[in-house]
Write a protein that binds this ligand. Structure first.
Ligand SMILES: [Zn+2]
Length: 194
C-alpha cells in the first residue's frame, strides 16, 4: 500500500515512468491492474472508485495506490474523519457528530476512541513533521487535553505545510504523513520526515 496524490492522471504518469518507489525496497513500481470497485464516502457524496495497483519490479510485492484523501480500511474519507475529530476537539459528543455527518454513532465513536488511544503519539508525530518542514516552528505543547492537542498538532502541520508548499487539504496531508494510518492501531505505517 502506498499513499499517492488524488490526481489520477499524474499518478498514472509517475507510475508508468517508474517514479513511484516501492515502500519495501525503494525500486520503481510498475502498473499492476486495479483494485475492485470500492466506496469512498465524502462529506457530501458517495463515490465509487477503483484504486490503481502496482507491483515492484525488484521484490515483486504488489501495492495498492491509495489516494491521499482516503484512509486505510476506512470507507469514509480522511476529510469526514477529520471533521469528526475537529468537532470532538470542540467539545461535541459522538452522537451529535454522527448526526451532523449522517454516520452511525458507533462508527464515529470507533474513530474517536481509536484516535484517543493514539493521541499522544499522533501529537508527537505531527509536531515532528511540522518542525521538519519549518525548524522555526514552536514545538511546545499546550499541555492540555491529549485529544485536543493531537488535533491541534495536525492543524499546525497543515498551516506550516501551506506556507511552504501551498494549499492542500489538511486531512489529506494527515493521511500522507501517517501512510493512510491516521486511525490505524499502530504507528507502523507512519512516514518519517527526512
Ligand atoms: Zn520492492
Amino acid at each position: 500500500m502506498l499513499i499517492v496524490g488524488t490526481d489520477a492522471g499524474g499518478v498514472e504518469t509517475d507510475l508508468v515512468a517508474g517514479r513511484l518507489a516501492c515502500p519495501v525496497c525503494g525500486a520503481g513500481l510498475r502498473p499492476w491492474g486495479h483494485s475492485a470497485d470500492r466506496e469512498v464516502r465524502q462529506l457530501d457524496a458517495v463515490e465509487r472508485r477503483r484504486f490503481r495497483r502496482s507491483i515492484c519490479a525488484v521484490c515483486a510485492v504488489t501495492h495498492v495506490l491509495m489516494p491521499e484523501d482516503t484512509l486505510v480500511r476506512r470507507r469514509d474519507s480522511a476529510a469526514v474523519v477529520g471533521a469528526a475529530l475537529v468537532a470532538k476537539a470542540n467539545g461535541k459528543g459522538h452522537r451529535t457528530i454522527a448526526e451532523t455527518l449522517s454516520r452511525p454513532a458507533s462508527t464515529v465513536r470507533g474513530w474517536l476512541r481509536r484516535f484517543a488511544t493514539m493521541a499522544e503519539r499522533l501529537r508527537e508525530h505531527f509536531t515532528r513533521w511540522a518542525h521538519a518542514m519549518d525548524p522555526a516552528h514552536d514545538r511546545r505543547s499546550s499541555g492540555g487535553d491529549g485529544f485536543c492537542d493531537a488535533v491541534e498538532a495536525i492543524g499546525v502541520l497543515g498551516l506550516v505545510a501551506v506556507r511552504r508548499f501551498g494549499p492542500r487539504p489538511v486531512w489529506s496531508l494527515a493521511s500522507v504523513v501517517t501512510g493512510g494510518g491516521l486511525l490505524a492501531n499502530t504507528s507502523a505505517l507512519w512516514a518519517t520526515p527526512v
